[in-house]
Every structure is written in structure tokens, then in C-alpha cells.
Design a protein around this ligand. Structure first.
Ligand code: PMP
Length: 362
């Protein structure tokens, strides 16, 4: 045996990562990409020129403002709250991870619901936080049983999405209030898609529920998935606590600048929302007319569609249309999720979908 054989050539991962497949929707190069709930329309052109000029003027040889005060001030104006109530990071995923690192961890308990955003259990695992997944009822709503089960787990952190991904349903204030009243947990409402249904935000509850945290992102309605920017709104103690786990200078000067510009031009960034909602409703009614197809009501920029078949994703892919496949996922068998794209993309999806189901093409 040589000296080399005697020393291991690699280090094993920690045991709970052994069988982990890295998370991520396929990034395939196809004509119609409707699988990751981005906005199909790019940000307004004039903004891109302004962003380039601002980025050129940055002192990139210096670290960025660690506290990203200018961006937080703009976010605070948006939410009519104080600067010390907002905190931003590289996408809402990083915000969720920070919250779990602070309030979860070994010996703590997180509760999430099913079906919901499948990153939640993964983030819990990364933050070494035991997690219980509680089933929503058959309509994907928060029934009394669901709420009872969540409270019985005596969680330290509860995470729910509203609108929920992949269903599109929004949570009621009464559910959030009940979870807050009946537990001592941090109640995290992930409002990644709420800019498509702003009147359903839980933000009015921030005033009365001290352990409520809202998580937002620029990746969906703001059309800035490529910029990687998310944030939270909460009581100042949450922002203080998050400092304990944040990396120094985590938010690049480029990201901060893009966020500030987007907030200064919010109405043009969000101007496409009405068109997305109209396209969504039009697609939903066209799909609902097809035999043996169930479409779930959605307040977001996607639709969950049940056909009962498990080959629809692959058949669509073969026709150059990429959607999200949930066909074999518990509670979602026979389902796909389709992001609302441009009118042409939606039409291409519908035509391919009809062809696969053997439905007439008009
Ligand atoms: N929450 C939900 C419910 C999502 O669907 C997504 C993205 N698919 C995220 C959070 C993460 O978004 P990002 O990290 O891009 O802000």
C-alpha cells in the first residue's frame, strides 16, 4: 500500500446529505420556458440603460454598504414602516435560510405545509432544523385540522406561502392569526407572489402580530429573477437577530443598485401585472373546458393543472414546452404547473397540451 492509498482521497458529506439530489428545476434550452414562475417580459428598457450607468459609477473596488441602508430605506417607504423593520438578501431563499439559522437549528422545530414550495424542507435540512410537513386539506386549504396539527407540533418556526406555490391559493388572515395566537412560533408568510394579488397581503397584520414575518422577492412580479434580491418585513428584533447569521457584505453593490432603481420605478416594473392576470384567467378557462382536466384557482402567475396522466410533462417537453412536473409528487399526482408567459407562449402551451390530450385544437 502506498502512502496515497492510506490517506482518504475525499471527505464524506455529513450523513443527512448522503442521498440529497441538488434542488433545481431543469434549465433546458427550449422555445417555451414556463417552469420557474419568472415573468416572461424583461424589465422596462429605459431602466436597463439607467442601471448600466449607475453600475458603471459604482466603486467596485470597495465593499458595498453592509447594512444596505439606501435600499432598505426605499423598501421601508414601500411598506410604510421603519428602516429597522426591513432586511434584504440574495433572493428570498437566502432570507428564509437566515430565519431558519436564527430561529431553527438542532433541538428546534419547524412546521411547513404540503403541498407547498418544496425548498422549505430542504432549507430546514440545510439549517439542521427538524421539520414536520402537515397536509393541507383536499382543496389545499388550511382546515381546522391542519391548524390544530401545526399548533400541536409546538413549532419554533412556521413557514407558509401565500399565494401558495404550486397551487396559487392565498391564506386568510384568520389562519395566520390562529397560528400566531396558538403557538409561540415565528410565523413566516412567504409572499413571493403577492405582488400579483397585493390586496391579499398579510401586511396589515404586522401591526398586531409581533412574531409575524413577511418575506418578499423581486424574482416574480418585479421581473428581476436574475438580480437575486429578496427581503423581509418584520419587527426590528427580527432584523437585529438576523445580523447574527448574515455574511459580511452579503448583498453586492450591483444588487443593491438594481433594487433601488426598481423601487424608484415600481409602477413601470409592475405594469405588466394586469396582462399576466388576464392571460392567466383566459388560459384557465380554456383549460377548464377540456375533458378530464382540473385547473386550480390561482392568485399568482402560474396555474396548477391536473390531468391524472404522468406523461404530460415529457410530451410537452418533446414539443418544446417546458413546465414543472409534479406528476409523481404526493398530493399532486397527475399535476403539472405552468407559468403564465407571453400570449404567444401561452398559446403554444395550450396548442401542445390540447394535442397531447387529443382535444380539438380550436
Ligand atoms: N418562495 C416561493 C414560494 C417561491 O416559489 C420561490 C421561487 N420559486 C421562492 C420563494 C424563491 O425565490 P427567490 O429566491 O428567487 O427570491
Amino acid at each position: 500500500m502506498t502512502a496515497d492509498d492510506a490517506t482518504p482521497s475525499r471527505v464524506p458529506v455529513r450523513a443527512e446529505l448522503d442521498d440529497v439530489v441538488p434542488y433545481g428545476a431543469p434549465q433546458a434550452d427550449v422555445a417555451v420556458r414556463l417552469n420557474t414562475n419568472e415573468t416572461a417580459e424583461p424589465p422596462p428598457r429605459e431602466f436597463l440603460a439607467a442601471a448600466a450607468a449607475r453600475i458603471e459609477a459604482l466603486d467596485l473596488h470597495r465593499y458595498p454598504d453592509r447594512e444596505h441602508v439606501a435600499l432598505r430605506a426605499a423598501l421601508a417607504r414601500r411598506h410604510n414602516c421603519d428602516v429597522d423593520q426591513v432586511w434584504a438578501a440574495n433572493g428570498s431563499n437566502e432570507i428564509l435560510l437566515e430565519l431558519l439559522q436564527v430561529y431553527g437549528g438542532p433541538g428546534r422545530q419547524a412546521v411547513v405545509f404540503r403541498p407547498s414550495y418544496s425548498m422549505y424542507p430542504e432549507l430546514c435540512r440545510t439549517a439542521m432544523t427538524p421539520v414536520i410537513e402537515i397536509d393541507l386539506d383536499d382543496d389545499f386549504a388550511y382546515s381546522a385540522d391542519t391548524i390544530d396539527a401545526a399548533c400541536a407540533a409546538q413549532p419554533d418556526v412556521i413557514i407558509l406561502a401565500s399565494p401558495n406555490n404550486p397551487v396559487g391559493t392565498v391564506v386568510d388572515a384568520s389562519t395566520v392569526r390562529a397560528l400566531h395566537e396558538r403557538t409561540a412560533a415565528l410565523i413566516v408568510v412567504d409572499e413571493a407572489y403577492i405582488d400579483f394579488a397585493p390586496e391579499r397581503s398579510m401586511s396589515p397584520l404586522l401591526e398586531t402580530l409581533p412574531r409575524l414575518v413577511l418575506v418578499r422577492t423581486f424574482s416574480k412580479a418585479f421581473r428581476l429573477a436574475g438580480a437575486r434580491l429578496g427581503y423581509l418585513v418584520a419587527r426590528p428584533w427580527v432584523v437585529d437577530d438576523v445580523q447574527k447569521v448574515r455574511l459580511p457584505y452579503h448583498l453586492s453593490a450591483v444588487t443593491q443598485t438594481i433594487g433601488e432603481l426598481a423601487l424608484a420605478n415600481e409602477s413601470s416594473f409592475l405594469a405588466h401585472r394586469a396582462e399576466v392576470a388576464a392571460e392567466r384567467d383566459c388560459l384557465a378557462s380554456a383549460l377548464a373546458q377540456l375533458p378530464d382536466v382540473e385547473v386550480f384557482a390561482s392568485a399568482a402567475n402560474f396555474l396548477l393543472v391536473r390531468t391524472g396522466r404522468d406523461d404530460v410533462f415529457h410530451e410537452l417537453f418533446a414539443r418544446g414546452v417546458l413546465v414543472r412536473d409534479f406528476a409523481t409528487r404526493p398530493r399532486l399526482t397527475g399535476c403539472i404547473r405552468v407559468t403564465i408567459g407571453t400570449p404567444a407562449e401561452n398559446a403554444a402551451f395550450l396548442a401542445a397540451f390540447r394535442e397531447i390530450l387529443g382535444a380539438p385544437t380550436t
